[in-house]
Design a protein around this ligand. Structure first.
Ligand SMILES: O=C[C@H](O)COP(=O)(O)O
Length: 250
C-alpha cells in the first residue's frame, strides 16, 4: 500500500460537545485529500466523536492511558476503555505527561504495553527541553527516551514515534529543518537497529505545525506526518495542514 502522511490533531484539554461540529467539518472536507487523518479529542468526547466519524476514514485516538487494564485507579482511563469508546490509537509519553505529570520513560513503556494489549496503535512522543538542547544534550536525551520508553513488545507491531521538541510545543517556534532531520536520522537508526526496517515510515513531527509551515515540514525526507495541537482545534486551521500533505513527497 502506498504510504500516506498521517495528520493527527491532538485537542489536548480542549473541546466540549459543541466542538463536535469541528470534527464533522474535518470529516467531510478531508475526503478530497490524500492524508490519513486522526483526531485525539478529550476522553469525554470519544464515544460521541466515534458516532460522527462512523463510515469515514478518520482515525480516532485517546490522549493517554493507564498502564493497568482495570482496577482502583481513580480518575484514570485504561487502554481497553479507549478501545471500547471507539479509539484505535493512543498518544503516549507526550511532554505534557512527561513533564506535567512527571511520567518517567519506564511508565511510558508500561503504557505502551497496555495499549498493545488492548489493540491500540501507540504514538510515542519524545523530545528535548530547551535547556537540554542548549546544553548539547539533545542526542543523549532522545536516545535515552527511545531506549527506555519503547518496550520489546513493539517488535512486529504498528506504531508511530513523534519527535516533539518541548520548546516548540505551543510556542510558535518550529524546529529548523536541520534539527528535525538530525532527530529523525537518530530515531530511524535506532528503530531500524532494534525493530527492523518496517517501522521506518512512521515518524511524525510535532511542535507549532501550522498552515504556514506544514508544507515545508511534510516535505522533509522521512517525515511521515505531523502531530498538531493548537492548529487542530478549528477546521479553518487544520484543513490547510491536511491539504499540505497532498503535495508532499511520499
Ligand atoms: O500534540 C501536539 C503537540 O504538543 C504540538 O502542539 P502545538 O501544535 O500546539 O505546538
Amino acid at each position: 500500500m502506498p504510504h500516506r502522511h498521517l495528520i493527527a490533531g491532538n485537542w489536548k484539554m480542549n473541546g466540549v460537545k459543541a466542538s463536535l461540529a469541528v470534527a464533522e467539518v474535518i470529516a467531510t472536507q478531508s475526503r478530497s485529500h490524500s492524508a490519513r487523518v486522526a483526531l485525539f479529542p478529550p476522553a469525554t468526547l470519544l464515544p460521541l466523536m466515534a458516532d460522527i466519524l462512523k463510515g469515514t476514514d478518520i482515525i480516532l485516538g485517546g490522549q493517554d492511558c493507564h498502564h493497568a487494564d482495570s482496577g482502583a485507579y481513580t480518575g484514570d482511563i485504561s487502554a481497553a476503555m479507549l478501545k471500547d469508546a471507539g479509539a484505535s490509537m493512543v498518544i503516549l509519553g507526550h511532554s505534557e505527561r512527561r513533564h506535567g505529570h512527571l511520567e518517567p520513560c519506564a511508565l511510558v513503556a508500561r503504557k505502551v504495553q497496555a495499549a498493545l494489549r488492548a489493540g491500540l496503535e501507540p504514538i510515542i512522543c519524545i523530545g528535548e527541553t530547551l535547556d537540554q538542547r542548549q546544553g548539547g544534550l539533545t542526542i543523549p536525551v532522545l536516545s535515552r527516551q527511545l531506549a527506555d520508553s519503547l518496550p520489546e513488545e513493539l517488535k512486529g507491531r504498528e506504531f508511530q514515534v513523534s519527535y516533539e521538541p518541548v520548546w516548540a510545543i505551543g510556542t510558535g517556534l518550529i524546529a529548523s529543518d536541520a534539527q528535525i532531520l538530525e532527530a529523525f536520522a537518530l530515531i530511524r537508526r535506532y528503530l531500524d537497529q532494534r525493530f527492523g526496517a518496517h517501522v521506518a515510515p512512521h515518524l511524525l513531527y510535532g511542535g507549532s505545525v501550522k498552515a504556514t509551515n506544514a508544507g515545508q515540514v511534510l516535505a522533509l525526507e522521512g517525515v511521515s506526518g505531523a502531530l498538531v495541537g493548537g492548529a487542530s482545534l478549528t477546521a479553518e486551521d487544520f484543513m490547510p495542514i491536511i491539504a499540505a500533505a497532498d503535495s508532499a513527497p511520499v
